[in-house]
Design a binder for this molecule. Structure first.
Ligand code: 5AD
Ligand code: SF4
Length: 462
């Protein structure tokens, strides 16, 4: 009988990708994915360690899972509990100590060993595997499944060598690693063959990508720009995106790719973190606010309709009011389509956590509210400017209302459309009719023409 697997994913898109691949690795053992932990034979929490709140959530969720497991009907068999991801990597031993209900703990670099870990856990052995193994995880994982959703993630790069002083990633995900070009192309072909139309290339520092070229030749390395050009030739791939990038690694070849490759969508998440040079230096970002402005100018010269997004940290140790205002100014100047902003959260083991100049919590909260207010206004204005425009929307899922479909604009806006047949997996021209803070409402252009011809028709029901 099929066993039920529930995976709860926290944090970034790389974890979303990893969770999908964990499910694929467990499928040969008879595990099918379910949507809730109740009744599951195995529950995996794929965790995030980036900010304090993210890791705290793991221990409270583990408490709820223990209760669920204890309530299991006698004879229902054991419920295995696993902790994966970056909290597992950073605090594996402590999890096993603090949470006796946990059966297996493994990091982002060892989930290809899941079948073996599960076998050990099933024998009653608590399994911990947080190595950085020499073998290539991607080589060891099963091939991608035959069917893919319309939009898919593809991890091409992992780890980070930048060591920003606030960030745990270089410790939890390890040193930078790029997958060879051929492996990436093979996976893209499999995804596109299974129905994926949009591929988002993932990496902690994705534009530091430098994969071995054709035939595994180390001398013929390919950067992200070159990889995207090759991907655009893969049959079925209509749209390409990449995230998350570092301003330092935006090179001329990548900018030219934004200019030349129509499949590369005009939306870029390019985190700046702060607009003050002294803070950027303290963060070890290795660029100034002006360097960032110049990179954005060059990108916009290559692709004038490029919409931008960023990450910001407020209240980094020692940040003054004037330095925070420099961040506000930079954000307004660049004009973001959307952005994420966070209060600085000291992370154990990172240099900034030891600073004696920690900013008081109420000051961080007040700065965050001001920055978010500004970013929200920008986002609403960007969405409002879409009204009346016609844009291609790729539909990726059904909405909650009957006949409703949700897709993405080229600029990553969520677009809701109702009553026009089955739109899943299709890219259609949509006229934007209304804007909301986090989404747009649109109508298919062809259906609009039909309504114009027959004004008596009620709505757009196809
Ligand atoms: N505190 C607050 N925000 C952080 N980020 C990373 N580390 C921290 C931290 N210690 C934010 C950065 C990064 C995003 C993924 O999370 O803005 O770009
Ligand atoms: Fe963290 Fe900086 Fe690397 Fe991004 S570039 S993952 S913020 S260390």
């Amino acid at each position: 009988m099929a066993k039920k697997l529930f995976i709860k994913t926290y944090g970034c898109q790389m974890n979303v990708y990893d969770s999908a691949r964990m499910a694929e690795a467990l499928a040969p053992l008879g595990y099918d994915m379910v949507d809730e932990p109740a009744g599951a034979d195995m529950v995996i929490l794929n965790t995030c360690h980036i900010r304090e709140k993210a890791s705290e959530k793991v221990f409270s969720e583990l408490g709820r899972l223990r209760d669920l497991r204890d309530e299991r009907a006698p004879g229902a068999g054991p419920m295995l509990i696993g902790v994966a991801g970056c909290v597992a990597q950073a605090e594996g031993e402590e999890i096993l100590r603090r949470a006796p209900q946990v059966d297996l703990v493994f990091g982002p670099q060892t989930y290809h060993r899941l079948p073996e870990l599960v076998a050990r856990a099933a024998r009653g052995e608590r399994a911990l595997d947080t190595d950085f193994p020499a073998e290539d995880k991607f080589d060891a994982l099963p091939a991608r499944p035959r069917k893919s959703p319309a939009t898919a993630f593809l991890t091409i790069q992992e780890g980070c060598d930048k060591f920003c002083t606030f960030c745990v990633v270089p410790y939890t995900r390890g040193a930078e690693f790029s997958r060879p070009v051929e492996n990436v192309l093979d996976e893209a072909r499999a995804l596109a063959g299974g129905g994926a139309r949009e591929i988002t290339l993932l990496g902690q520092n994705v534009n530091a990508y430098h994969g071995r070229g054709a035939g595994g030749d180390a001398a013929a390395e390919e950067g992200l720009g070159g990889l995207i050009r090759r991907l655009a030739c893969v049959e079925g791939v209509e749209r390409i995106r990449y995230t998350t990038s570092h301003p330092r690694d935006v090179d001329e070849a990548l900018i030219a790719t934004h200019r030349d490759v129509a499949e590369l969508m005009p939306f870029l998440h390019l985190p700046v973190q702060s607009g003050a040079d002294r803070i950027l230096a303290a963060m070890n970002r290795r660029h100034t606010a002006d360097d960032y402005r110049r990179v954005v100018d060059r990108l916009r010269a290559a692709r004038p309709d490029l919409a931008l997004s960023s990450d910001f940290i407020v209240g980094y140790p020692g940040e003054t009011e004037a330095e925070f205002e420099a961040t506000l100014r930079l954000a307004e100047e660049i004009g973001y389509a959307q952005a994420y902003s966070f209060k600085y959260s000291p992370r154990p083991g990172t240099p900034a956590a030891n600073s004696s100049e920690q900013v008081a919590e109420p000051v961080k909260a007040e700065r965050l509210a001001r920055l978010q207010d500004s970013l929200n206004r920008m986002q609403s204005a960007f969405n409002e400017a879409s009204i009346g425009q016609e844009m291609p929307v790729l539909f990726e899922r059904r909405g909650r209302r009957p006949g409703q479909f949700i897709g993405r604009s080229p600029f990553m806006q969520s677009v809701h459309v109702e009553g026009a047949g089955d739109l899943l997996g299709q890219t259609l021209p949509i006229r934007i009719a209304a804007s909301h803070p986090n989404s747009l409402t649109g109508e298919p252009v062809a259906a609009l023409a039909a309504t114009v011809r027959s004004p008596g028709r009620a709505g757009l029901q196809a």
